[in-house]
Design a protein. Structure first.
Length: 307
């Protein structure tokens, strides 16, 4: 069975939230990733690294929070290499996957190589060149997947709204992201952006400040606020070595591991090396309510009322 043709969701659209040169920088990253999927041995080394292992486990364990298995139509945003779409395509209940990214190098060259190396059911995967700030899908996806993509958003609320729109009522957003505590001040965050990215030479081929690429330092409250304002029901879980040592899959299935205002901070029990600090400390699971959700008209959502 043949693969779908590439969709161009950017055609005739201008994403005002894409930072200048961000696509060029991501193209450099994705060109470098080609070597990680050059053969099965290279791919195995990449997929078993601490970060890749963690991200795979998040996708697996998100099913406990959703209380359902992956099936139907899936949309992966900011997919990069598309390894997650490749693995999900092998699940019998999954019928179709939109694997999207705004970088042509990723969509045209990297994704097909990854699909071949990982043995994906490519006939289920529809590659799409597009921005997660302008998704031409409405009430279609059963699950939206973000593997370290949301922190590249220039406007979390807009991105969350687009994910919400793309989902069927009752559908789920599954995201694994780096995050910072709410105690981090604006001045502290600004200082982070002014620092040189220590891996920039390897990733981009030149010295780059953090403020030049599309990485953002979002605090936990900012992820949660954006999701709530987009009308999602939100289930956030933060993982830290100082978190609840009794954490297990049952805690995820209960959905609420915290009492009152205490956050859900859990020991990273499913990490490959649990004692090692994690790049992605936030597992954000959010559901589009069956009734389509309720807009409270809060100023935070940009929908404040005029009385």
């Amino acid at each position: 069975m043949t693969s779908y043709p590439i969709l161009n969701w950017l055609e005739g659209r201008h994403d005002i939230y894409t930072r200048p040169h961000a696509v060029d920088l991501q193209s450099s990253v994705h060109r470098n990733l080609m070597a990680n999927f050059g053969d099965e041995n290279a791919a195995a080394a990449f997929m078993t690294s601490d970060r890749s292992f963690w991200r795979q486990q998040v996708v697996i364990r998100a099913q406990h929070v959703m209380r359902r298995t992956y099936a139907g139509t899936i949309l992966e945003i900011g997919a990069g290499s598309g390894w997650c779409s490749s693995l999900l395509s092998t699940i019998p209940g999954v019928e179709k996957i939109y694997c999207s990214d705004y970088d042509p190098v990723s969509v045209q060259h990297l994704m097909p190589q990854v699909q071949k190396t990982l043995g994906a059911a490519s006939h289920k995967i529809q590659r799409a060149l597009g921005s997660f700030n302008s998704l031409p899908l409405a009430d279609e996806a059963d699950v939206v997947i973000s593997i370290g993509a949301l922190h590249h958003s220039e406007n979390l609320y807009v991105t969350m709204k687009e994910c919400f729109k793309a989902l069927k009522p009752g559908g789920w957003l599954v995201a694994t992201e780096p995050t910072l505590p709410d105690s981090e001040t604006n001045h502290q965050l600004q200082a982070r952006y002014k620092k040189e990215d220590p891996g920039s030479i390897k990733k981009y081929g030149r010295v780059t400040l953090h403020e030049e690429n599309s990485d953002h330092y979002y605090r936990l409250s900012e992820y949660i606020t954006a999701a709530h304002c987009a009308k999602f029901d939100v289930f956030p879980f933060v993982f830290d070595v100082a978190g609840n040592p009794s954490a297990d899959d049952r805690v995820l299935a209960d959905r609420k591991a915290a009492i009152g205002f205490a956050p859900n901070v859990l020991f990273p029990y499913f990490a490959k090396t649990p004692a090692k600090p994690l790049f992605d400390s936030l597992m954000l699971i959010a559901q589009k309510p069956l009734d389509g959700g309720c807009d409270l008209g809060h100023v935070l959502s940009g929908q404040g009322r005029s009385w």
